[in-house]
Ligand binder design. Structure first.
Ligand code: NAP
Length: 281
């Protein structure tokens, strides 16, 4: 019986069912995880259904912000960033959690052996993905959390959230059109988190001119998009270590699985489920 769901709109592309069912199955818990398209305006009604019929939910675009307002209880981390990607449901009460930040933190450790404490982090993008993760990285001891974003005001809002949570963290923001300021942040960054939606479509341009990537610069690039993007190709050509977003999805899902079951997540099974599960299955 389905007791867990991933919801969003659109949702057909989601790899979560393949990944989570592989995890549940490898722990002898069957395949209880399904997928449902829920439109933005239907989220309150979905909460009432979930309260009595489900044990857990993952939420993706466009629900993470509104969910933070609808839950009965919210974890401090989710409250701080105003984003909920996981519901834990017990005794008719719904608790909101955010596992995106820890997912990104563990992915950076996994793919680059990079712990964020003391590091200079640069986000490209200031949408939902950056909002859900930036404060967590600041709380984990990042020295700088900077933002390059087309709409600088959105970057400033995230910088303010980070500073409010961690007064010591340094945050700067620039538009990619401000080449001097943006390149200065890129040159000193330990890791760039590509968190724009540029690259989802095959003819998207990279989020900044590829000539800004200098061979030999001591930068790592984590692109939150799973499939190869132009930015990933330019990074490879410049000899810069670069990874796609798969491990972030795996680790945020692993943290959700542990919140629901109390069990350590079977990461290898989840990776196999991610690879084998066709999107939407
Ligand atoms: P979002 O809230 O819609 O934000 C989109 C971001 O992309 C904004 O910063 C936006 O800039 C920028 N952008 C969009 N079109 C642009 C353009 N033509 N030129 C310049 N900048 C542009 O989306 P999101 O939810 O944050 O998702 C962002 C990315 O993260 C997506 O690619 C998604 O696949 C990925 N993601 C990955 C994971 C994972 O587990 N790996 C999890 C969540 C999200 P403005 O602010 O100026 O509009």
């Amino acid at each position: 019986m389905i007791k867990y769901l991933v919801i969003g709109d659109p949702i057909g592309h989601s790899r979560s069912p393949g990944m989570q069912n592989a995890a549940f199955e490898s722990c002898g818990l069957g395949r209880p995880y399904g997928i449902r398209r829920v439109a933005r305006e239907d989220l309150p009604a979905f909460f009432e259904f979930a309260r009595t019929h489900l044990s857990g939910v993952n939420l993706t675009v466009p629900h993470k912000t509104m969910a933070a307002e609808l839950v009965d209880e919210i974890s401090p981390g989710a409250k701080e960033c105003g984003s909920v990607n996981t519901l834990v449901i017990a005794d008719g009460r719904i608790r909101g959690e955010s596992t995106d930040g820890v997912g990104l933190e563990r992915a950076l450790l996994e793919v680059f052996r990079l712990g964020v404490s003391g590091k200079r982090i640069l986000f490209c993008g200031a949408g939902g993905a950056a909002r859900a993760t930036a404060v967590h990285l600041a709380r984990r001891g990042a020295r700088e959390v900077n933002f390059i974003n087309r709409t600088v005001e959105k970057a400033e809002t995230l910088a303010a959230l980070c500073r409010r949570a961690v007064p010591d963290v340094e945050c700067e923001c620039a538009s990619p059109r401000d080449e001097i300021a943006a390149r200065a942040m890129l040159e000193r960054a330990d890791v760039l988190i590509q968190a724009t939606s540029l690259g989802l479509k095959p003819d998207d341009p990279p989020p900044f001119p590829p000539t800004w990537l200098r061979p030999g610069m001591p930068l790592r690039i984590f692109d939150t998009i799973y499939h190869p993007t132009p930015l990933q190709r330019y990074a490879a050509a410049a000899g810069i270590a670069c990874a796609g977003g798969k491990e972030m999805l795996i680790h945020q899902g692993a943290a959700s699985f542990t919140l629901w079951t109390g069990l350590p997540a079977p990461l290898e099974a989840m990776r196999r489920g991610f690879e084998e599960g066709t999107p939407g299955q």
